[in-house]
Design a protein around this ligand. Structure first.
Ligand code: CUA
Length: 338
């Protein structure tokens, strides 16, 4: 009997090590690009070790028994009757209890570590909407840069203050490992300290409607110098744009995520393209035809369901609460799209 325990014990250890090496070499994880990612991967690694051992602990004795203790030919006797084993039952209750408690403790410490606050963190306001992202940077001299790309300097913590315009979305950059929901009417926070320069993507990780699959935008981690250069360039563009109606309109469109559904280059989208829109004859679902002039575009922004262009019967667009001046700016911008 002793012999079987020794053999099974050795096999369990060998098997656990092999499984761990196998799982580790598959490379399930994308590159590690944030401080938070290294904390989470450390915890994940411990869990893979535990999983490898538990799998071996169950499968090795099972297969060993099937092979070594199988019924011999001609053996018709009953198996030995067992009444339970108190010592064994106490052991397999107490041991896992301590293991689970240890993991709970490590998990809590690890979670606190991924949320550690750097008072110097740069604050970026993130808005999720069907089906795009906008990122608003801290104002400089009264000018605010709003982009649909998230640019971050390496080695500096960023605090994302996030909300949604419509339904629940979820901010997820796999290389940063952390993930957080964006909830309408609420601000949720996420802290990330990028550690590796590169181009990543934020993906929406919450099923949020027809174009959920395409709700992704670039995340660019660069040196502080490159980030500052980008910011200076964006500020200059914002300054220039604020001088003309079409410039203000374009900035407003970018900040509102309109292009998630309306292309500006003629490619098909959830809604009609804006290329050559102004002055176009639009066939409506009720069979009538309308000219896309100021009044029509104004109405379509304030009350999108009033007139539906044929072929776009989904009626997905929410009403937008822009001022008359803002709508005039947007129309000025649409007029430039030829
Ligand atoms: Cu937003 Cu899925």
């Amino acid at each position: 009997m002793q012999r079987h325990f020794v053999i099974v014990g050795i096999l369990v250890i060998v098997m656990a090590v092999l499984i761990y090496i196998g799982l580790d070499s598959v490379g399930l994880m994308p590159v590690q690009a944030s401080t938070q990612a290294s904390d989470i991967d450390w915890m994940w690694n411990l869990e893979v070790i535990a999983m490898s051992f538990l799998f071996a602990l169950i499968v090795v004795p099972l297969v060993y028994s099937l092979i070594v203790f199988r019924r011999r030919e001609g053996d018709t006797t009953d198996a030995e009757h067992m009444e339970g084993n108190t010592k064994l039952e106490i052991t397999w209750t107490i041991l896992p209890l301590f293991v689970v408690m240890a993991f709970a403790y490590l998990g809590a410490v690890n979670l606190a570590e991924t949320r550690r606050v750097d008072p110097e963190a740069m604050v970026v306001n993130v808005t999720g909407l069907q089906w795009s992202w906008t990122f608003e940077y801290p104002p400089v001299n009264g000018l605010t840069v709003v982009s649909d790309e998230l640019h971050l300097p390496v080695g500096k913590q960023v605090l994302l203050r996030m909300t949604s315009n419509d339904v629940i979305h979820s901010f997820w950059v796999p290389e940063f490992r952390v993930k957080q929901d964006l909830v309408p009417g609420r601000i949720t926070e996420l802290r990330i300290t990028p550690t590796l320069e590169g181009n990543y993507k934020v993906r929406c990780a919450e099923l949020c409607g027809t174009a959920h699959y395409s709700m992704e935008k670039p995340v660019i981690v660069s040196s502080q110098a490159d980030f500052d250069a980008w910011m200076t360039e964006q500020l200059a563009l914002a300054e220039e744009a604020s001088q003309t109606p079409e410039g203000r309109g374009e900035a407003l469109v970018a900040a509102s995520g309109c292009v998630a559904c309306h292309s500006t280059n003629g490619s098909p989208g959830i809604g009609p393209t804006w290329l050559n829109l102004f002055g176009r004859q639009e066939a409506l679902t009720d069979g009538s035809v309308v000219t896309a002039d100021e009044a029509y575009i104004h109405e379509s922004i304030r009350a999108p369901q009033a007139k539906i262009v044929a072929g776009f019967e989904n009626q997905l667009m929410p009403a937008y609460d822009f001022t008359d001046e803002q709508i005039a700016d947007i129309i000025a911008y649409i007029k430039t799209l030829k």
